[in-house]
Unconditional design. Structure first.
Length: 443
């Protein structure tokens, strides 16, 4: 890549996008490890110090990448660590009671030590990453990276919500108030009170806050970047959707209404679809001066992606009905039948782009991803149906781990399939152009 092209790529978004992308990425990874490490099912099997080491390893890796990819060296690692440390304060409040036994002075010492440790990890990681820097590589598209961090955080949040749904009202209504939690400020509920189903529900709330914060920062970065006006509009639409999603989730708790839970689940999927759209529109590839490929099948290829997106959205809607209302066998069979149609539509769209456009790497990869995800989603759905695993009614408690794992994986892969069908559709409209009859004759 020429130096002028590199400069244009770097100037496309704010200079601090790299630190924000890596700092938020570190927090998303650390929160996810912390969630798994503190699962009630793993109590006594995974020592807390192992979970802590894994979280610190994630932070070190992101700081290392800051030194390797940003050109900031140890300073890039430091800023990445400090951004992550500030975000992590949202969940560290759960340890307040354990850390403040000696009063405010002890808490202050702990906070200073926490930021000092983060800074040391950042400096060391950034300095080591600087020694591995390869200036021959093209600059990283940090706005694109941040948009995918937001997608990943939302996908993980949907999976956590799937766990809550699998437990029925036992988890979903285990914390009876909102926005407080048992009368506590949501961010200060002691970890000791997050036992059993309460853990799943409260962790879902906290991770939802992380997704909301990440979405707002994404919208600000997009607004300050050189992207299409539509991308900026969609970024702020995502902010409105995540706010509505948070309110809907809270009202569902206070009103104990299953219909609201259903709407909460559907809106989460649509929100993720919007983020998938933004992740492509904000990318360097979409905003480059690259000319679309001329081909006679462009129109049909585009139509195939639009059909796939519509069918996937409809299938996710039916899936939410099955998950939340535990309907009769007829609705379940309709869900299975539509799933077969969705599989056929996604494979068709995937093959058209994977097979017909091997010379366009982005289309080839996106087409292959859609096919693989559609097949995996169909297999997971079949396994969930064949093993009789369904959403538990009301206050029932899961009797085996598959009643949680299969439906949650099925839901999460369906959400990821939506992201990639949207991605394929947007790329198809951007990278393909139908040949006119005159162009075909000239060729």
């Amino acid at each position: 890549m020429s130096s002028s092209a590199s400069d244009q790529t770097i100037a496309r978004y704010p200079a601090f996008s790299d630190v924000l992308a890596l700092g938020f990425g570190a927090s998303v990874a650390m929160w996810s490890i912390g969630y798994l490490g503190n699962l009630p099912a793993l109590a006594g099997f995974l020592p807390r110090w192992v979970t802590l080491l894994l979280m610190l390893a994630c932070l070190f890796y992101c700081c290392f990448r800051a030194g390797q990819l940003t050109g900031r060296g140890w300073l890039g690692g430091l800023w990445t660590a400090l951004v992550s440390a500030l975000i992590n304060l949202l969940v560290l409040g759960a340890l307040k009671d354990e850390l403040s036994g000696g009063g405010a002075p002890q808490l202050l010492v702990w906070l200073l030590g926490y930021f000092a440790l983060s800074a040391v990890i950042g400096v060391l990681g950034g300095a080591l990453g600087r020694t591995k820097r390869d200036t021959r590589k093209a600059p990283t598209d940090w706005l694109g990276v941040f948009s995918w961090v937001t997608v990943a955080a939302t996908l993980l949040l949907i999976a956590k919500g799937g766990v809550v749904t699998s437990y029925g009202n036992t988890a979903a209504l285990s914390v009876p108030d909102w926005p407080q939690s048992f009368g506590y400020n949501m961010f200060l509920l002691p970890l000791s009170k997050m036992a059993g189903p309460v853990y799943f529900e409260h962790a879902h709330r906290l991770f939802g806050t992380l997704v909301g914060l990440t979405t707002v920062v994404l919208a600000l970065l997009v607004s300050l970047s050189r992207v299409k006006p539509l991308t900026k509009v969609m970024a702020w639409l995502a902010v409105l959707l995540v706010i509505a999603q948070g309110i809907l989730g809270g009202v569902r708790v206070t009103l104990t209404d299953t219909t609201l839970a259903f709407l909460h689940g559907v809106l989460a999927q649509l929100f993720l679809g919007v983020l998938g759209f933004i992740s492509v529109q904000a990318s360097a590839l979409f905003n480059s001066g690259r000319s679309p490929k001329l081909c006679a099948t462009a129109g049909a290829d585009r139509v195939s992606t639009v059909i796939a997106v519509i069918l996937v959205v409809g299938q996710l809607f039916l899936g939410a009905v099955v998950r939340h209302f535990n309907p009769s066998g007829g609705v379940v069979m309709l869900h299975i039948a539509v799933g077969t149609i969705v599989l056929a539509a996604c494979v068709t769209a995937g093959i058209r782009h994977w097979g017909n456009h091997v010379d366009v790497t982005a289309l080839r990869k996106a087409g292959a991803s859609v096919m693989h995800l559609a097949g995996t989603q169909y297999l997971l759905g079949f396994l969930a149906w064949a093993t009789g695993v369904t959403k538990l009614a009301n206050d029932a408690v899961p009797t085996n781990v598959w009643q949680i794992i299969l439906p949650t994986l099925h839901q999460a892969v369906g959400a990821l399939l939506l992201v990639y069908t949207v991605r394929l559709a947007v790329l198809s409209f951007r990278l393909l152009q139908e040949e006119s009859s005159e162009q075909q004759a000239a060729a």
